[in-house]
Write a new protein. Structure first.
Length: 221
């Protein structure tokens, strides 16, 4: 009876140990499966829709004046007045400079004293030939200038445009008079029309310069 009890006791202990090891093994497998599930690829379920696909291409363009007007002296003399400054907007016909000839500067009013009806002043008004912004001022008050010497440079307002660097492979998608959307740095949007393609391509970047004109009166930096 005592021997049977000890055998039964050992058998029971072995059975409990086996159950414990099985339980520990299944728990480790569950933990491993849980870790694998959390590190898997996330999947999002959505509905099916049928829409037209659109593709947009965003390119950079630079605002510039295509033409410039050069204000030049028409006599040899001294600058008596300067009525403009760099960055100032001027209109066509506006007097920008007043030049007094060197003869009038040296003779003074001696001629008028001899003959009051002669009305000799020796003063010439130099006017702007176009409207735009003064981008360069070459002379100041009191400077001596010669006939034909440059006094200032005006960017022609009517020549304002955007220059777009277009990859040549995209040229087939554009045509003259095509309308494009221009977005300025302050998120202002304006419409522009493609007016011309430059006849040369940059050899390094394979880009083509495209001229985009904006509505008349649009003043942008």
């Amino acid at each position: 009876m005592g021997l049977f009890s000890r055998k039964y006791h050992w058998f029971l202990c072995l059975l409990l140990a086996g159950i414990g090891s099985c339980h520990n093994g299944s728990q480790k497998e569950e933990e491993a499966a849980g870790k694998q599930a959390t590190t898997g690829t996330p999947v999002t379920i959505t509905t099916i829709s049928s829409d037209a696909l659109t593709e947009k291409v965003e390119l950079n363009a630079t605002a510039t004046f295509l033409q410039k007007s050069y204000v030049k002296a028409n006599v040899n003399g001294y600058v008596q007045e300067v009525n403009t400054q760099p960055g100032k907007y001027v209109t066509s016909g506006q007097t920008l400079f007043i030049i007094k000839t060197k003869e009038a500067e040296s003779i003074g009013n001696a001629v008028n004293k001899l003959d009051k009806g002669f009305k000799f002043s020796g003063v010439n008004n130099i006017k702007a030939t176009t409207s735009g912004y003064v981008t360069l001022l070459s002379h100041q008050l009191g400077d001596y200038v010669q006939d034909g010497e440059q006094l200032a440079v005006i960017s022609d307002e009517n020549s304002f445009a955007f220059i777009l660097n277009l990859p040549y492979e995209l040229k087939k998608y554009l045509a003259s008079n095509s309308t494009v959307d221009l977005t300025l740095p302050d998120d202002t949007k304006i419409k522009g029309n493609i007016t011309a393609f430059m006849p040369s391509v940059d050899a390094a970047t394979q880009t083509l310069n495209v001229i985009i004109k904006v509505p008349a009166g649009t003043k942008l930096p």
